[in-house]
Unconditional design. Structure first.
Length: 526
């Protein structure tokens, strides 16, 4: 029997959610995917000289998110950190709300505390760090991340983190809030279009669940609400990212799927035995939900995504691969983790010592999160401080920096997390992307000619990105064979500065040394 709610019933969930967020931790700014998804908003918000950057002037795939980022930059970029902290708290509260709908789920304070400890332990930074130190792998990450190195919440603020709204929507529908669920599912797409397929299938699942209960009118209204919320985003994406030339569109899809993100889009690159374990975990999490309202939407979306995955495997369609049908797993894995933790708590109700142990564990996990953050045990990046300090102090609006970029050559299997690993360059045969100079644009506010990490999505612009990457790689490999030709090419492309590793200096007469540090040399193009 549930305990009566005191006048400050809201205090407990907020405290537990804050504890979860501290234990989870978050990356410093300009980590991993943030270097792409913060770019348009940073340029819009007046950060450095990014308004002149080529990539910042391509079509924005996430304009609503960029508007929020721009607002933060107008005040201070630090505001992005508490925004992600709030998302972490929302993620925990959504999971807690969902498991409250499980049949027979007791709702005493003791059980809520134990659930919080178990759920937090599955996400805690100190546990993930310890796993890496002991085994060389971040295995607890598999309890929160989906297949293909994709995830719901991730290390820091980016558009995919708003997938938390999908979890809130499932919890809302489990409690009979169909209209709210439909609006939240559609809002997720408005923020990040990559969720379009999964949001559509979840909406169909919600409508199916209502229709099976004989609530046809309500099902129709759910569809209308979702359509009304998502229509502007769909219209924008169709206008911005549809290409009339079939060849250009097909080639752009090939470049994205096979060259830039094969670790997300090619099943042969990410499916291994650990992915198989995650499939079993997801299935186990759906079973306890079978007598809740949430099971039909999740089952419909899961079944349809499994079918589309099979079609993609059979056809090897790049277009279907870039819809990521397997991305429904980023929702199913944390749902399973929450549900299984709740069933464990319900199976063996905690006594007084059980609650004390859970509180002790929760405090230890929070302390571990503080230690990970204070001693920088995670989210480690290549130290490029001296280079960035120089460029930030000397860059002008018309400067364009050529960076020593490279295409990845990995062909390995499996999707791993390097969040708590040192930042080496990508090794041949792995799925890793080189971490060198990913932060150049955001850390300096200067314009870059191109880099591998950050890529546009409109077909013509993808082709231009690939052309720039090819020319950049060619310059560093072949400038010595024809210096005059490459000098003219740099001038034609608008490059004013060239960055080279200190171990590979460029002794060209058309370059003048502007800066040297132990890691990099900056040359000015004469």
């Amino acid at each position: 029997m549930a305990e009566p709610k005191p006048s400050r019933w809201w205090l407990e969930p907020l405290v537990l959610a804050a504890a979860f967020a501290v234990a989870h931790t978050q990356s410093p700014l300009y980590f991993s995917n943030q270097n792409q998804y913060l770019l348009h908003g940073a340029a819009w918000g007046g950060h450095g000289h990014l308004a002149h950057d080529w990539l910042a002037n391509t079509r924005d795939p996430t304009p609503l998110f960029s508007a929020l980022v721009a607002c933060a930059y107008r005040v201070h970029e630090w505001l992005l950190q508490p925004a992600f902290f709030a998302l972490l708290m929302g993620y925990f509260l959504a999971a807690r709300w969902l498991v409250a709908a499980l049949p027979g789920a007791a709702d005493t304070r003791a059980q809520r505390v134990v659930f919080a400890a178990l759920f937090t332990a599955a996400h805690a930074a100190i546990v993930r760090w310890a796993s890496f130190q002991l085994t060389g792998g971040d295995y607890p990450w598999l309890l929160q991340a989906g297949l293909a190195a994709q995830y719901l919440i991730g290390p820091g603020l980016q558009p995919s983190a708003f997938g938390v709204l999908l979890l809130v929507a499932v919890a809302a529908f489990a409690h009979g809030r169909a209209y709210l669920a439909a609006a939240l599912v559609a809002l997720t797409v408005a923020i990040h279009g990559t969720y379009a397929l999964h949001a559509a299938l979840l909406t169909v699942g919600i409508m199916t669940a209502l229709a099976l209960r004989g609530e046809w009118r309500k099902a129709a209204f759910v569809g209308l609400i979702a359509l009304a919320v998502v229509a502007p985003a769909v219209g924008y994406n169709v206008r911005s990212f549809t290409e009339n030339d079939p060849y250009s569109a097909a080639e752009a899809r090939r470049i994205l799927a096979q060259v830039r993100i094969p670790h997300h889009s090619v099943p042969a690159r990410w499916f291994d035995w650990l992915a198989g374990v995650q499939l079993v975990w997801m299935a186990a999490g759906l079973v306890p939900l079978r007598r809740t309202r949430a099971v039909v939407p999740l089952a419909v979306a899961t079944g349809a995504c499994a079918l589309l995955t099979a079609v993609q495997l059979a056809t090897r369609s790049n277009a279907l691969a870039l819809m990521f049908p397997w991305r429904i797993s980023v929702l199913l894995v944390p749902v399973a983790t929450a549900v299984i933790a709740a069933k464990v708590v319900a199976w063996r109700p905690p006594g007084r010592w059980g609650v004390r142990l859970a509180l002790g564990l929760l405090i230890a996990l929070v302390a571990g999160g503080v230690v990970v953050t204070a001693y920088k045990l995670g989210y480690r990046m290549v130290d490029e401080t001296e280079l960035y300090t120089h460029v930030r102090a000397t860059a002008k609006p018309g400067n364009v920096y050529l960076l020593p970029v490279q295409f990845t050559s990995g062909s390995g299997r499996g999707a791993v997390s390097n969040t708590f690993a040192p930042p080496p360059r990508a090794k041949p045969g792995t799925n890793q992307i080189p971490v060198d100079l990913q932060r150049f644009r955001l850390a300096t506010g200067a314009c870059a000619y191109v880099d591998f990490k950050s890529v546009p999505y409109a077909p013509a612009e993808v082709l231009e990105w690939h052309r720039r990457m090819t020319r950049a790689v060619d310059f560093y490999a072949n400038w010595v064979h024809n210096p005059d030709y490459y000098h003219k090419r740099l001038k034609t492309e608008g490059v004013t500065h060239v960055v080279a590793p200190a171990t590979k200096p460029i002794a060209a007469g058309f370059l003048e040394v502007e800066h040297i540090d132990p890691a990099y040399i900056v040359y000015k193009v004469k």
